[in-house]
Ligand binder design. Sequence first.
Ligand code: 13P
Length: 258
Amino acid sequence: MTTRKPFICGNWKMHKTHLEAIALVQKVHYLLRPQDHDAVEVGVAPAFTALRSVQTVIESDNMPISLGAQNCHWQDHGAFTGEVSPGMLAKLKCQYVIAGHSERRALFGETDETVNKKAKAIFAAGMTPIVCIGESLEQKDAGLTEEIVGTQARASLAGLTSEQLGQLVIAYEPVWAIGTGRNALPEDANQTIALIRKIVGELGGAPAANAVRIQYGGSVKAANIASFMAMPDIDGALVGGASLDAEEFALIVRYRGD
Ligand code: 13P
């Protein structure tokens, strides 16, 4: 029996000013019931500029909503104009930081090596990384999904302790499914996620493999979330576009339909 609590996190990407972000988190909170939070860990990852405001609202209204950032540098301080350090995010009471989202890999030169450094730095600052991995359409069409995902997982997670591997969150996000409306088939996503879990087991042992939470991401919406959550190895979702709409996101969190 698994004891992994599902984790559904909204990745707001480069959307929402801090004022809009406050309104969105308040609306999400209003739409969710205590039993929803009992069943699912709910998180939001606003832009850097909105983190402080959203954190203040979460804390002052006692919202059971986890706060995540979308990126960070791996150094704790220094001459890195435009970057934000893990320590700064920890001070804002971020619990999670997304590392290696495919948009950052594709558009901003992130590599498995930088993702690995970030994952270690996020842990060192007392937060939990959400490490993203996934294959492109060309790689999928060439039958390389397992090879690419395996390579990314091994390199991105290299050197983490067994304990860290067990605490980690991994988001499997096939690049071709992100923002396209074309979600992966739940069975296919589950198969790849099971492979990632196996690799975590090879790196950190069976307890880590059993504990690590692995989300699916890519065109998740209220209409398809239940089919993903029915899969044994899928422990939640990293939700992009659909998380910007409070009603839709609340329906995603309430995928059990009760
Ligand atoms: P969409 O849900 O918009 O496809 O984005 C997925 C994603 O990239 C979450 O990190």
